[in-house]
Design a protein around this ligand. Sequence first.
Ligand code: B16
Ligand code: MG
Length: 222
Amino acid sequence: MKAFIFDLDGVLTDTAEFHYRAWKKLGERIGISFDREFNEQLKGISRMESLERILAYGNKEEEFTEEEKKQLAAEKNEDYKELITQITPEDLLPGIPEFLEEIKENDIRMAIASASRNAPVILERLGIMEEFDAIVDPAQLQRGKPDPEIFLKGAELLGVPPNECVGIEDAEAGIEAINAAGMFSVGVGTPQSMKDADYSVEHTDQLTLAGILEAAREKQYL
Ligand code: B16
Ligand code: MG
């Protein structure tokens, strides 16, 4: 394996709670209330698509013009940006600093394939921006996860063929995207939610290079 392509939210750090709080505040303002369980459906999904899902959930899809929707999404993002100023290197998920170090020591290239337009700010705040050889800009893409485009772009930026890449995700839509890209998929989450992953662990501190390479070898990936 020559490259590892990482999702950000839910794999390197947990921003889901901040997304939830910011969407919830917006939801309350426009009369749509939802809980953490519904929020699960927003993981890995782009900002505008998340808004569409919230409006559909509250039966308010028809109440706003495209311009107003952009305004609502911008309002949520302002609150979210305020919340993520709290992020520090302490917010890297357990085991992630060691895992990144292990990959780097083995001369494997690394990229970020996050649907978040705020990814560069978050990587800076986590103090790991310099670890990555490439960061895909989701604003340049045509399609979101589960389309493979974001992972294929990551491989292209690294100059590594997709079949020599590992993709790591916490969202079902993300695993689907990695599989469709023809990469070895690694999931972080419950066995049920990660059932389509080639290999999965429940928690980030169980991620090891040896474990992943062994699983890839078993599946005759290497
Ligand atoms: P933004 P990932 C995704 O990041 C989040 O999981 C998802 O909840 C969020 O809506 C999306 O980024 C867009 O984020 O509003 O910051 O552009 O999991 O792909 O790293
Ligand atoms: Mg994610």
